[in-house]
Ligand binder design. Structure first.
Ligand SMILES: CC(C)(COP(=O)(O)OP(=O)(O)OC[C@H]1O[C@@H](n2cnc3c(N)ncnc32)[C@H](O)[C@@H]1OP(=O)(O)O)[C@@H](O)C(=O)NCCC(=O)NCCS
Length: 171
C-alpha cells in the first residue's frame, strides 16, 4: 500500500538516493545514459523546497519514501522541479498518483497553470506528462521564466533541441 503525503523535513535525506535510482532508467537510452551518473539535487535543496510546502512523497508500508514530486509556486504557476520514482517501483502508478496530487494542489491554491521542463522524446517524460493534459510549448509560448530554465539546463550539458517546456492549463 502506497500513501501520497506531504514531504517532511526528515524525508530530504532519502530524496537524492531516490533520484539516483530513478535516473538509472536513462541507461536504456545510449546517448542519454550519462544522465544516470549525473549529479542529484542535494538534500539541502530538498530541505528548502519542502519548507515551501509543495513537495509530496509516495511512502511505502514502513512510511519510507520510494518516490517524490517537488514543486514550487513560480510566476503564478505550480512549477514541477523533480518527479522521481525508485527504479524498482516504476510502472506501477506511483508517478501518476504524485502528479495527480500536485495538480489537485495547484487547483486548491487557485493557480491557473502547472509547468515543467523535460525531454521531448523520452517515453517517461513529455509523452508521460501529455497523459495528464500537459502540452509542449513552442516558440513565443515559452515565457521568459521557462526559457531561462531551459538555457540553464543547456549550460549544464542538456541537449537543448531535445528539451521542452510543458504547461497544463487548469481552466
Ligand atoms: C517519470 C516517472 C516518475 C514515472 O513514474 P512511474 O511510477 O513509473 O509512472 P506510472 O506507473 O504512474 O505511469 C503513468 C503512465 O505513464 C506511462 N509510463 C510510465 N513509464 C513509462 C515508460 N518507461 N514507457 C512508456 N510509458 C510509461 C505508464 O504506462 C502510465 O500510462 P497509463 O496509465 O496510460 O498506462 C518515472 O519513470 C521516473 O522516475 N523516471 C526517471 C526520472 C524522470 O525522468 N523523471 C521525470 C523528469 S521530468
Amino acid at each position: 500500500m502506497i500513501t501520497i503525503r506531504p514531504a517532511r523535513a526528515d524525508d530530504a535525506e532519502a530524496m537524492p538516493d531516490i533520484e539516483q535510482s530513478a535516473g538509472l532508467a536513462f541507461r536504456a537510452i545510449p546517448d542519454l545514459a550519462w544522465l544516470a551518473d549525473g549529479d542529484n539535487v542535494s538534500a539541502e535543496r530538498h530541505h528548502e523546497l519542502i519548507a515551501k510546502g509543495a513537495c509530496w512523497v509516495a511512502a511505502d508500508e514502513q512510511d519510507q519514501p520510494i518516490g517524490f514530486l517537488s514543486a514550487g509556486v513560480e510566476g503564478g504557476a505550480l512549477h514541477i522541479w523533480e518527479l522521481d520514482v525508485r527504479l524498482d517501483r516504476q510502472g506501477s502508478g506511483i508517478g501518476r498518483a504524485l502528479i495527480e496530487r500536485a495538480i489537485e494542489d495547484a487547483k486548491r491554491r487557485g493557480l491557473s497553470t502547472v509547468t515543467l521542463t523535460t525531454f521531448r522524446d523520452v517515453a517517461w517524460n513529455a509523452p508521460f506528462y501529455r497523459k495528464f493534459g500537459f502540452r509542449i510549448l513552442e516558440g513565443a509560448e515559452v515565457d521568459g521564466r521557462l526559457s531561462g530554465l531551459l538555457s540553464g539546463e543547456a549550460e549544464h550539458g542538456m541537449p537543448l533541441d531535445r528539451r521542452c517546456a510543458m504547461r497544463l492549463d487548469l481552466g
